[in-house]
Every structure is written in structure tokens, then in C-alpha cells.
Design a protein around this ligand. Structure first.
Ligand SMILES: Cc1ncc(COP(=O)(O)O)c(C=O)c1O
Length: 415
């Protein structure tokens, strides 16, 4: 077994961390170790400043004029291209709009429509639940279509690929276990079967390198309120490969996706390019916060970010197993850092209560039923000392049985 690092070694890791100065750009509360950036990213000073400018100046003073003067109208496309930079997509293929679930509805219909002679949509049973609901909705609303699930209808995705498969929806990183899949290899297999590859990047954008163009991905959706720190309820994004854009049809047609929105014509004609994924008015204030949040990413070296992500999650696993292994916590994430996103999950029969006790002591992660406790390590604002300290708190809670108190066992609406 490798030797556990001591606190001097941890401090040396922080001193050598290329992101050590980034933390000051976030408005984190004092005394909190925030390990839930995989669910809701931290507020940055830049995001809050943009929000203030958007409310105090652009809305309060500029009023309706700001659609033009503050470029509100163009934000979905402008922000989309900035996210494209982080996800390996050349400009013109990414748009920011709506929620991930709504975007997935649009994208899955568009993907199925590109394979009109095929009827099967494939997804993973382990997907985030909303992805499954949307996949069910899309399959049931298309005559003759059906949904097949990896983990229910066959053990492996590959076994579900045949000449009937129209589209495959895959989560790049699993929300519960943090498992990272090989986008390029799976996309190749999906294409070899003649199907369309749709990726959910909710847990990978801003956490790991993503290369949509290089992988040959057809479509993707993703989230901006997790690792990208766009703020609560920040809109999602859609990627559609350039080669599909001319033929794309999506079901939620509205005036924002019209070729001439301000002509108010009675019949719909889709805008050219990625803009056709827009439907109606977009959440301007959320987009303005996201604009500020993305500024930080202009100076982030994604390869260095990935190295820190693996080092932190490796360290967390090593420390938890060494110090808490006797108390019933079991690793639920891949042990191999190359197959893991920026999150580590453990299971424990009393996971909910343990997480509540951690949160009361300032270590904020979250819980996913029935037994998973999740810890997200956002490399821009988490230090190696945070990793060390969070394990010390977890060990104490387990050793002392703190979690057994009744106040930690009352379920809140959001877990
Ligand atoms: C993997 C994944 N897909 C989809 C969603 C749903 O996102 P939204 O609530 O924006 O529709 C989430 C939300 O956490 C998610 O983690």
C-alpha cells in the first residue's frame, strides 16, 4: 500500500498548484469546504458583477433598448461559441438556451429525424433520471419508435446497436458514480452501426477535456450551473455538428428560431445554423451571470485542470479508504483516475445522515438515493488541504457516530 501523505506533503501540493490563485476569484463562505460544484458551481466575483451591471444598468436604465445596445439578443450564440471553445467545437455549432431537459427533447427528436427509416432510441438505464424521462417521451411521441436501455435490455451498449438503432444517448460522465466514458471510441461504434451519437456533457463541461469535433459527435447537451459556475438555473447548451445543421428539424419551433423573427410571419421558416434550436425568449439575467462566469475559463489550461482533478480525487479516495474504510463506506466511483470525472462517490447505508452531519460541519457535498454520497472537486477553487480536511471531518463523524442524531435523518426536499 502506498504511504499516506502527511500535511507537509499536502501543503507542498498546494504550493505547486497552478490554480492556487484562482480561488480568490470566487465568493466562497468562510469556513466552508465546498464539494458540490458538480451540482451547483460556486459564485465568482465576475459573475456577480455582470449580474449587477445587467440589473442596475442594462435592465433598470437601458430597458428595452438593451436587447440591441447590450447585445442581449445575440447572447445565446456568443455564449455558445465560448462554451464551444471548452468542449472542442468550432464556432457556429453551440447555442446556450433553456434547460438541459428541454434541450435534450429538441436534440433527441432532431437526431431521430435524421434516421427516418430506423425506430429505436438507445440510452443507459443508469442515466440521470430526467434524461430517461425525456427519452421515454421522445420514443412514445414518434409513431413506431421504441426505447432500449443498456442495463435492462442488454448488459452492454454495443449489444443494442443494430440496423434499427436511430440514435444513442450517452452520459459522458455518470452523475452518480462519476464514471467517464470514451467519447471517441463509443461514437465510432455508434457510427459504425449507422446511428447518431448524442452526448450529455452535464458533468464533463468544465471538469474534463471534451473534444466534440475530434470525437465526431453528432449532438450534445450540457449544463452551465455545475462546473462552469453559471449560477442556479443557468441555461443549458446544445451542440450540433456542422454537417447536420442544414437538415435539422426540431419540434419546439418558436419565434426565436425563425429565419426572420421580427417579420412576425404566420408560417415558420427555420433560421440557418444552430440558431434554429432556439424557441422563445431566453433568461437574460442568467445569461449575463454566465458571461461573467465564463471569463475565468479564458485563462484555464484544461490539461492542467485535468491533472489536478485526477490528483485530488486520487488523494481523496486514498485518504477515505485509509481513515474511514472500517466504517462501512464503499467506493462507488472508478478507481482508475483516467476513467473518472471530477467527482468521487461512496456508498453507505446511512449516506443521507452522514452527508447532513458533514454539511453541518461545513463540508458540503450531496446525496443521491438510495445510498450514494457524492463529493465534487472543482479544481479552480478546491485545494489539496480542503481534501485532507474534509476526510478528517468525515472520519470524526463516522468514528463518533455523529450522524445518528435524529436531526440528520430528516429528509429535506433537495438532497
Ligand atoms: C446528467 C444530467 N442531465 C440532465 C440534467 C437536467 O438538467 P436540467 O435540470 O437543467 O434540465 C442534469 C441535472 O443535474 C444532469 O446531471
Amino acid at each position: 500500500m502506498t504511504r499516506l501523505p502527511d500535511i507537509a506533503a499536502i501543503e507542498a501540493m498546494d504550493a505547486a498548484d497552478p490554480f492556487r490563485d484562482f480561488r480568490d476569484r470566487f465568493l466562497l463562505p468562510h469556513g466552508v469546504i465546498y464539494l458540490d460544484g458538480n451540482s451547483l458551481g460556486a459564485a465568482s466575483a465576475a459573475a456577480v458583477m455582470e449580474l449587477q451591471q445587467a440589473t442596475h444598468e442594462e435592465w433598470a436604465q437601458g430597458l428595452i433598448r438593451s436587447w440591441n445596445t447590450a447585445d442581449w439578443w445575440e447572447m445565446p450564440i456568443a455564449l455558445g461559441d465560448r462554451i464551444g471553445k471548452l468542449t472542442g467545437a468550432v464556432p457556429g455549432q453551440t447555442v446556450v438556451c433553456d434547460s438541459v431537459s428541454i434541450n435534450l427533447y429538441k436534440v433527441l427528436h432532431a437526431a431521430m429525424a435524421l434516421r427516418p427509416l430506423r425506430s429505436v432510441l438507445v440510452a443507459e438505464a443508469s442515466s440521470f433520471a430526467s434524461d430517461l424521462y425525456i427519452a421515454q417521451s421522445v420514443a412514445s411521441s414518434r409513431p413506431g419508435a421504441s426505447l432500449r436501455l443498456e442495463g435492462v435490455d442488454a448488459p452492454a451498449l454495443e449489444d443494442l446497436l443494430d440496423r434499427k438503432t436511430a440514435a444513442v444517448l450517452i452520459n459522458h460522465i455518470n452523475y452518480k458514480t462519476g464514471e467517464l466514458l470514451d467519447m471517441a471510441a463509443l461514437t465510432r461504434k455508434i457510427h459504425a452501426a449507422g446511428a447518431i451519437a448524442v452526448w450529455d456533457l452535464s458533468h464533463s463541461a468544465g471538469a474534463v477535456p471534451v473534444e466534440l469535433d475530434a470525437a465526431g459527435a453528432d449532438f450534445a447537451v450540457g449544463c452551465t450551473y455545475k462546473y462552469l459556475n453559471g449560477g442556479p438555473g443557468a441555461p443549458g447548451f446544445i451542440f450540433a455538428a456542422q454537417r447536420h445543421l442544414a437538415d435539422l428539424r426540431q419540434p419546439l419551433i418558436g419565434w426565436w428560431g425563425h429565419a426572420r423573427p421580427f417579420a412576425f410571419e404566420p408560417t415558420f421558416e427555420a433560421a440557418s445554423g444552430i440558431r434554429r434550436f432556439l424557441c422563445g425568449t431566453q433568461p437574460v439575467l442568467s445569461m449575463r451571470a454566465l458571461k461573467g462566469a465564463l471569463d475565468i475559463w479564458d485563462s484555464v489550461d484544461i490539461a492542467a485542470l485535468r491533472r489536478k482533478c485526477i490528483a485530488m480525487t486520487d488523494l481523496f479516495i486514498q485518504l477515505v479508504e485509509a481513515k474511514c474504510g472500517d466504517y462501512g463506506v464503499v467506493l462507488a466511483s472508478p478507481r482508475d483516475g483516467a476513467k473518472r470525472g471530477s467527482q468521487v462517490s461512496f456508498t453507505h447505508a446511512h449516506g443521507y445522515a452522514i452527508m447532513q452531519a458533514l454539511i453541518e460541519r461545513g463540508v458540503i457535498g450531496d446525496f443521491r438515493a438510495p445510498t450514494t454520497i457524492r463529493f465534487g472537486f472543482a479544481p479552480l477553487y478546491i485545494s489539496y488541504r480542503d481534501v485532507w480536511q474534509s476526510v478528517a471531518v468525515l472520519e470524526e463523524i463516522l468514528r463518533m457516530g455523529v450522524w445518528q442524531h435524529s436531526r440528520f435523518n430528516r429528509r429535506a426536499a433537495v438532497t
